[in-house]
Design a protein around this ligand. Structure first.
Ligand SMILES: Nc1ncnc2c1ncn2[C@@H]1O[C@H](COP(=O)(O)OP(=O)(O)O)[C@@H](O)[C@H]1O
Ligand SMILES: Cc1cn([C@H]2C[C@H](O)[C@@H](COP(=O)(O)O)O2)c(=O)[nH]c1=O
Length: 228
């Protein structure tokens, strides 16, 4: 029986890599599928992973009707058995409803990949609908880590090293390493997200590089009070 599965996690935890692997494995067994994405960092109509792999994909626009898409494919003699849907947090809730209908009425597997929450910890509308409708939620096994060493569970938006909590929900960007004058993201544990303590801020408080990436709370020094 077909399933709607939502693979989620923070940014940079391997979702797009897994999406490419799943497409590869299904294709290798002769199954026919479609790969879709929306606002990938690498540009339009491409699904890219930070491991260096990428492939062509259909760009999901607000106008796209997934139901019409699979019906069209079938009527043109290209029946679909699975859909890979990356950056699904950006899909409209009604598009997620269409995906659920495709699973139930066409017996097509839908594998969706995306972050659940934005930089303010609010659910993206597409992710909220996926959580409401999915047969299964899968949290990725590879843990992205906060600078302190704990598992990263939240996405921070960072401008000039400082975490911001106001702005548009959707701003396409990457985790640190690019041009620091533009918006970038950093994954943090909840504690440091709530304290707005990015790696930059932590370094300013504790400039000795030997103290990073270890969190003093996790690895206290004798006689020293935790700072972060
Ligand atoms: N140079 C590298 N060597 C090994 N693994 C890497 C390298 N660069 C990135 N990765 C892995 O790729 C993951 C990010 O994969 P990606 O599919 O782009 O993430 P997501 O789609 O969740 O944002 C990182 O968590 C890391 O495990
Ligand atoms: C937290 C957050 C992220 N985004 C954007 C940034 C990236 O372009 C994608 C996530 O991609 P990834 O493959 O999971 O790294 O989402 C955003 O627009 N708004 C946010 O709050």
């Amino acid at each position: 029986m077909a399933e709607l599965v939502f693979f989620s996690g923070t940014m940079d935890c391997g979702k797009s890599t897994l999406a490419l692997q799943m497409d590869h494995n299904h294709r290798a067994r002769g199954r026919s599928g479609l790969v879709l994405t929306k606002h990938d960092r690498a540009g339009e109509a491409v699904l890219s992973s930070r491991l260096g792999l990428s492939r062509d994909a259909l760009e999901v626009t607000d106008e796209l009707d997934f139901w019409d898409l699979v019906v069209q494919q079938a009527t043109h003699g290209r029946p679909i058995q699975y859909l890979i849907c990356d950056e699904a947090q950006f899909y409209l809730p009604e598009q997620v409803d269409q995906l659920a209908r495709i699973v139930d009425e066409c017996d097509i597997d839908v594998y969706a990949f995306g972050i659940t929450a934005d930089f303010r910890t609010a659910l993206f509308p597409g992710s909220q609908r996926l959580i409401e409708l999915a047969d299964r939620l899968e949290v990725l096994q590879v843990e992205a880590l906060c600078w302190c060493g704990r598992r990263a569970t939240h996405n921070a938006r960072v401008i000039d090293g400082h975490m911001v909590v106001e702005g548009d929900q959707v701003v396409v960007g990457d985790v640190a390493g690019g041009d620091p004058s533009v918006v970038e993201y950093e994954v943090l544990c909840r504690r440091h997200h709530m304290r707005r303590m990015t790696s930059h801020a932590a370094r300013q408080q504790s400039p000795d590089p030997d103290l990073l990436p270890f969190d003093l709370d996790l690895c206290p020094l004798p006689g020293r009070q935790p700072t972060a």
